[in-house]
Design a protein around this ligand. Structure first.
Ligand code: PAF
Length: 282
């Protein structure tokens, strides 16, 4: 696996691969790779002839008081794992290479409406940062297919909207969430948790599973169900952010006639903000 850090090197290598007719997959990441990321690489390998991963901790998607500076950077370990899983090319640029005009001086891509809800309400500007960098990576790499994790459910929904609205010629693949045996969704941010918090963290997914069971059992008072779930998480030691029961099709609030649902949740635990989701079919 070759690692390149400049746009010129990236384009030169990809032009050669494209000229030989290869189907190109992109796995965009911010590094500090875990089993969840490696599943994305596996999916990319299965769906393309040439796999490009990117590692870039994108400052545009972090708020002023968020974890940009302390976000874990583990390039050497990441390179070894990507190579072992069959990635062909790693693009690991500097910030100056990606944003030569600085963080504020450049064009943005924004999906209106949905980008301001849920995680977007808690993290203003986050999705604008995500869609801007993903659009830029799509322009640089021109992948036939791009692979994202379903743990970031809203992110994938927003990216799907961007691709559809702007007629981008890229197929999107969503890969299911990788979990620890106790149910905790794998995330680079789990590294911020203490030993004790790590024993509490699985309660987030367990709470979503209980909510799903209640819906399947016929409970339809969503507000009460959500309030109970929030109280349960607070008793376990979380600080609340949100829990929503949504329609999968547009990620807007579900009503009692909807049958294809997703429950999304975010909650603070110690120094980490954890997110998770679960789909429900009624
Ligand atoms: O999901 C992530 O790791 C990031 O949001 C992404 C898609 C790589 C954009 O920076």
């Amino acid at each position: 696996m070759q690692t390149v850090s400049t746009i010129a090197e990236l384009r030169a290598r990809l032009n050669a691969e494209r000229a030989s007719g290869k189907r190109i997959a992109l796995v965009p990441t911010m590094g500090n790779l875990h089993r969840g990321h490696l599943r994305l690489v596996e999916s990319a390998v299965a769906n393309a002839d040439f796999v490009v991963a990117s590692i870039f901790v994108n400052p545009l998607q972090f708020g002023p008081n968020e974890d940009l500076e302390r976000y874990p950077r583990t390039l050497a370990e990441d390179q070894a794992q990507l190579e072992a899983f069959g990635c062909n090319l790693l693009f690991a640029p500097t910030e100056a290479e990606v944003y030569p005009k600085g963080r504020g001086g450049q064009t943005f891509v924004e999906v209106p409406g949905i980008s301001d809800l849920y995680c977007g309400a808690s993290r203003p500007g986050h999705f604008r940062g995500v869609t801007t960098i993903v659009n830029k990576l799509f322009n640089l790499i021109q992948p036939d297919v791009a692979v994202f994790g379903c743990k970031d459910y809203q992110q994938l929904h927003v990216i799907r909207r961007m691709v559809e609205d702007l007629s981008m010629p890229v197929e999107l693949i969503g890969v299911g969430t990788e979990r620890a045996e106790n149910g905790l969704a794998l995330s680079s941010r789990n590294g911020y948790l203490t030993e004790e918090e790590l024993s509490v963290a699985p309660a987030l997914y367990a709470t979503l599973c209980d909510l799903r069971s209640a819906l399947i059992a016929g409970e339809r008072d969503h507000d009460t169900l959500i309030e109970h779930a929030q109280n349960h998480l607070e008793r376990a030691g979380f600080l609340r952010d949100y829990i929503h029961i949504l329609r999968r099709s547009d990620m807007l609030t579900a009503d009692t006639r909807d049958t294809q649902l997703v429950i999304i949740a975010a909650a603070y635990l110690g120094a980490a903000r954890l997110i998770d989701n679960i789909e429900v079919d009624l």
